[in-house]
Design a protein around this ligand. Structure first.
Ligand code: AVJ
Length: 328
């Protein structure tokens, strides 16, 4: 099969594309090969992720939405009127729309995203659903230092909404740093708040199917990374047909990992450097960390935390405000 033969030796400098730069870095060295999960979300990746959220096996999205709906009156009462809602990585329009609709007279919605097309789409759909809401998109990388536009006159408090357990894509130290950064953006010490969704630790037998569905949508989502790599390289660097999707539970890290496993040995080249796979060797493409009470306590240490969870504690929404938590 030609599909698994080495790519032709046409050398294209991987300038311009962040994925190509990360691929040279992550695929050509010794040790575990990696590609950063942020590259999963090109237009096709976003579409596949949307399909994942509706899969029977993928419980997080619907569980979080049910928790949010169930607790909207309490959350809205707690936050009060005039909220300026800031959403890093604005993606989950259903949850955001329902939260904004439940809040009393929100003063502004501030989606933050690096991709202008997602900002525009989110803005348009919210404007349709909530006419009269002031929407101020910020084009930025929310993991880097950034400043928000000045709050409108009627803003009583800034609330950073970070649902979907997106925080789980970061390692513990990075996640802690990001929470501290978001707490600063919201001004939690001065009356602001964070509302963060976290997927909780549960047995791998329950977790893994959510990342390896029967319909193969998650496999397509993972393999799309290779399609994107090849497209941006302008040639086939790694043929998707030579790899299979795998979801693994990393107990030490408390994370579900996605890997792309090479079925056979293969040789390739990128940026003038050789890439070699042994049979069974993988590219680690994503970690989704899962959270227990201890990890959540460390993440929000020093703040008051109100937990909103489903009855079987599969998923939680955590409302973080100033003041020490009474319990735990
Ligand atoms: C959007 C990052 C929270 O980790 O569960 C879904 C992405 N990856 N299936 C997650 C994802 C595979 C999702 N996050």
């Amino acid at each position: 099969m030609t599909a698994c033969s080495p790519a032709t030796a046409r050398q294209i400098a991987p300038a311009g594309s962040a994925l190509l730069r990360d691929a040279v870095e992550g695929l050509t060295g010794p040790g575990q090969k990696t590609l950063p999960c942020k590259h999963l979300y090109d237009a096709r990746g976003v579409e596949l992720f949307e399909r994942i959220t509706a899969l029977p096996e993928y419980y997080p999205t619907r569980t979080e939405l049910a928790i949010l709906r169930e607790n909207l009156p309490r959350i809205a009462a707690e936050l009060g009127p005039g909220v300026r809602l800031v959403e890093p990585g604005s993606g989950s329009s259903t949850k955001t729309r329902e939260l904004l609709a439940a809040l009393g007279d929100p003063s502004e919605y501030v989606p933050i995203d690096i991709a202008p097309e997602f900002l525009a789409a989110g803005k348009a759909s919210l404007a349709r659903a909530l006419p009269g809401l002031r929407v101020t998109p910020v084009r930025a990388d929310f993991t880097a230092p950034l400043s928000l536009p000045p709050a409108p006159g009627g803003a009583h408090r800034t609330v950073v909404f970070f649902p979907g357990s997106t925080l789980g894509n970061f390692g513990p130290a990075e996640a802690k740093r990001l929470v501290d950064h978001l707490a600063e953006l919201a001004g939690v010490g001065g009356g602001g708040a964070l509302l963060i969704g976290l997927d909780r630790i549960k047995p791998p037998a329950e977790l893994l199917p959510a990342y390896d569905d029967d319909a193969g949508v998650t496999a397509a989502f993972n393999l799309n990374l290779l399609h994107r790599l090849n497209r941006e390289a302008g040639r086939t660097v790694l043929a998707p047909g030579c790899f299979r999707h795998e979801a693994r539970w990393n107990a030490a890290a408390a994370a579900v990992e996605m890997h792309l496993v090479a079925e056979h040995p293969l040789e390739a080249e990128l940026g003038g450097r050789p890439i070699h796979f042994d049979a069974g060797e993988s590219i680690h493409t994503e970690s989704s960390h899962k959270f227990g009470d201890a990890a959540i306590g460390r993440l929000f240490a020093g703040w008051r935390v109100q937990a909103f969870e489903d009855a079987s504690r599969r998923f939680g929404l955590y409302l973080v405000t100033a003041g020490r938590s009474a319990a735990s």
